[in-house]
Design a protein around this ligand. Sequence first.
Ligand SMILES: Nc1nc2c(ncn2[C@@H]2O[C@H](COP(=O)(O)OP(=O)(O)OP(=O)(O)O)[C@@H](O)[C@H]2O)c(=O)[nH]1
Ligand SMILES: [Mg+2]
Length: 249
Amino acid sequence: MTEKSLDTFTPKIGKAEIAVLMPIHNEAETIEQCVTEFCDVVTPKMPLELVLSEDGSTDDTENVIERLSEKIPLKAVLSTSRKGYAGGIKDGLKLVTAEYVLITDSDGQHDPKDFWKIWRLRNKYDIVSGWRKKRADSLYRRIMSQVFQWRIKSAFNLPNFMDITAPFKLMNTEVAIKIAEKCKYMSESFWNEFSVRAYTSGFIIGEVPVSHRIRADKSATRVYKPWKIPKIALTQLMALSKLKSELNM
Ligand SMILES: Nc1nc2c(ncn2[C@@H]2O[C@H](COP(=O)(O)OP(=O)(O)OP(=O)(O)O)[C@@H](O)[C@H]2O)c(=O)[nH]1
Ligand SMILES: [Mg+2]
């Protein structure tokens, strides 16, 4: 495995109150648009520590990020071997120096304009989480997600959250690190495990309706292909029971 870091943020900007962290895998077609959109929304009002955590891409993503870092101040970690979504987030968090971090996907499904809605609530909740009221995913993808979220809520006695897996979450960076470093079971559903651990540790989660779009490259789901569902469902249920026994629930 080779790993490389880039940092054009520290010499040019130095410090920011907010970081946006994006896990990235094979997003050559989307990443530039996604990053630029975020900068256009945030940087006119305050400095932004942009942290890109890429691994295992087999397309041109790495070159796109390197070129982008010359135009836009950012930090990035680039790795030749795949770490998975959770691994990408954990390693990206190591680069964050801002007090707050918004963690979001790099596939363009979330609209950066919703950032301000979430930001305004940073002192009200420990974790401000997007709620995809009109989720732009296929029907079976939405059903799978709802069924599993329902199963998680009942297994861990969570309140009736609307959308705990939305990948658009703002929190204090120390809170993010503290919870993320414990997550180890739900590889296909990092945000389910993250939300369970956050809630059972006493953190207050507030949800805010946000818009949701199809992937910027217009492709359908990459993870939840119909033929992968039985394996994913089984893995998720096994992960759920491991988490239950670790938390004594
Ligand atoms: N660093 C890192 N990022 C990943 C990895 N797998 C996926 N990602 C990123 O995580 C985000 C979510 O991945 P997606 O493939 O869109 O998965 P999803 O949003 O859960 O599901 P679909 O949109 O339905 O495919 C995207 O921005 C990906 O680039 C990984 O192994 N490492
Ligand atoms: Mg997606």
